[in-house]
Design a protein around this ligand. Structure first.
Ligand code: FSX
Length: 363
């Protein structure tokens, strides 16, 4: 742990060239839907940023979120862990075990009190005193409350930590809840998805490093840069939707022609996430590209929202009705915000040659 080292110093020690660093900043700006001119402002801020201590707690989950992060491609997991942040505690990835592991968490909490970032994946079981998930003999609730006290901000990674996720699905036998159901006095960002997109996790961390605060959030606490639009908004099959061309089964001619999967239950129209643009596995594709509809995993209660293969109730040919359905699902405000944000960005791009950090913070 080296609290006083800047990222620039760290990168140069690692042999990362200035050119590679600027390339990374440009990729970051694109990923965060910022104008290209913002890359230099990001580079200036990031190069002087101190590597924050990060404590990562894993509760009731399937480890899919960590699996997702280890497939992060931009920046890579290696640079995320060793260059951007000081990952001082992570059950799955740390070398230490037993008492030494718990000691590492205690030490980091004391040394960086009020300054560390707390990342949490998994939900917190409250039923029967929280006995359904414990670490070193302590309940998840106990450990979360203790670690949250000294955290500068909390990142809820995955739909379980953000909304309760799979453990919270009816009948919710363990009384699973989200981080924000328990912690009320700290800034929290929800990076939903089961699992979440790795580039979104690293993008949020990079934003925090650049601006010293969490990014602008939607009404569900998700970063607007990544969750401001629906999968449907950016889906490459959208032209077929607009033409009324729908696959009726997974192996009919429509499916073979790549037509819209709406009638096969795709939840893209009511699901906010960046899968269609950021994609998965190093940009190789996303579920709809593999021939399966979106299951809506980044929205609250998606496990209890009916069959993954039942079409949304809105008439397929009526885009206005789709927007209405999204509003019923609580997504209307986010759609409106997304339009406002796009307009703001366009305005800044048109009116200025150079952006400052102050300009970017408002977006
Ligand atoms: Fe949940 Fe993550 Fe789904 Fe799994 O840690 S969001 S079940 S991918 O692992 O919490």
């Amino acid at each position: 742990m080296s609290e006083h080292e800047t990222l620039e110093q760290r990168l140069s020690e690692q042999g990362v060239s200035r050119r590679a660093f600027l390339k990374f900043c440009a990729a970051l700006a694109t990923m965060m839907a910022l104008p290209p001119s913002s890359a230099s402002a990001i580079a200036a801020a990031l190069s002087q940023a101190k590597r924050p201590s990060v404590i990562w707690l894993s509760f009731q989950e399937c480890t899919g979120c960590t699996e997702s992060l280890t497939r992060s491609h931009s920046p890579t997991l290696e640079s995320l862990i060793f260059d951007m942040i000081s990952l001082d505690y992570h059950h799955t990835l740390q070398a230490a075990s037993g008492h030494a592991a718990e000691q590492a968490r205690d030490d980091a909490m004391k040394a960086f009190y009020g300054k560390y970032l707390l990342l949490v994946d998994g939900s917190i079981p409250l039923k029967d005193g929280g006995v359904y998930s414990t670490i070193a003999g302590r309940t998840n609730l106990d450990m979360l409350e203790e670690a949250a006290k000294g955290a500068a901000a909390i990142v809820a990674v995955g739909s379980c930590a953000a909304f309760g996720g799979l453990p919270n699905a009816q009948p919710n036998p363990t009384g699973a809840v989200a981080v924000s159901d328990i912690i009320k006095d700290k800034p929290i960002v929800n990076i939903s998805g089961c699992p979440p997109i790795p580039a979104v996790i690293t993008g949020v961390l990079a934003h925090y490093l650049t601006f010293g605060e969490l990014p602008a959030l939607d009404e569900l606490g998700r970063p607007k840069a990544f969750y401001g639009e629906t999968i449907h908004d950016r889906c490459y099959r959208r032209p077929f939707y607009d033409q009324g061309k729908f696959a009726k089964t997974f192996d009919d001619e429509g499916a073979r022609n790549g037509w819209c999967l709406y009638e096969l239950g795709c939840k893209g129209p009511t699901t906010h996430n960046a899968c269609a643009t950021t994609k998965w596995n190093g940009g190789a594709g996303f579920p709809i590209e593999a021939g399966h509809g979106c299951i809506g995993c980044s929205e609250p209660k998606f496990w209890d929202a009916g069959s993954f293969y039942t079409p949304l109730s809105a008439p397929a040919a009526d885009v206005a009705s789709i927007s209405q359905a999204a509003a019923v699902a609580g997504a209307g405000a986010a759609l409106a915000l997304s339009a406002t944000d796009r307009a703001k960005r366009q305005q800044v791009q048109q009116s200025r040659e150079k952006l400052t950090l102050e300009d970017l913070k408002g977006n």
